[in-house]
Design a protein around this ligand. Structure first.
Ligand code: S3P
Length: 179
């Protein structure tokens, strides 16, 4: 089975949906942020502080290049800003089925109201920052996605069902197959 790649804005639920899918399909879950944090032994916030955003973006690209050499059949969740680089979008498409978890700005603001781990959303005017970034990114996410799922007000199980349905992945009595 091909990889399933989850893209979307911060707070869209990529990690939670990734866990749900990997549990259901018994497939490995890979998260690019976690891979980078492990490799550099630093949190994403520390990486932004010490090396800056551009260097973090280079780390994301390197991470995708490595994933292209790994066995398929993984659930891969990627950082919210990763699809903004055009070369990354090419890598994402080569990696497998790209699924965009589309979320509304108000949902992001509610979910991340107390979050301190996203450097791009720290400081004043969080709602405006979310609105502005989301407006810029939404068309890019849509352009690379093979499957789009609106996630607001849906449970993780509903989202997972919708992804599997749209990707044509089903349980044939013995195992999960893609038809
Ligand atoms: C970012 C999203 C974060 C993380 C970093 C930058 C972004 O990942 O990669 O803080 O630019 O949207 P999540 O989307 O998992 O929060």
């Amino acid at each position: 089975m091909k990889n399933i790649i989850l893209i979307g804005f911060m707070g869209s639920g990529k990690t939670s949906v990734g866990i749900k899918l990997s549990y259901r399909l018994r497939h490995t879950l890979t998260d690019t942020d976690k891979k980078i944090e492990r490799l550099y032994r630093m949190s994403i916030s520390e990486i932004f502080e010490r090396f800056g955003e551009e260097e973090f973006r280079n780390m994301e690209t390197q991470c995708l290049e490595k994933l292209l050499g790994e066995p398929e059949g993984q659930i891969i969740s990627v950082g919210g800003g990763l699809p903004m680089r055009s070369c990354n979008r090419e890598f994402l498409k080569r990696l497998g089925t790209v699924v965009y978890l589309r979320v509304k700005a108000c949902t992001v603001c509610t979910r991340l109201a107390a979050d301190t781990s996203r450097p791009l959303l720290q400081g004043e005017d969080r709602e405006e920052k979310v609105q502005r970034l989301l407006e810029k990114r939404a068309p890019v996410y849509e352009s690379v996605a093979e499957i789009i799922v609106d996630v607001d007000e849906k449970t993780l199980d509903e989202i997972a069902d919708e992804i599997l349905g749209k990707a044509g992945i089903f349980f044939d009595g013995k195992g999960w197959v893609s038809g």
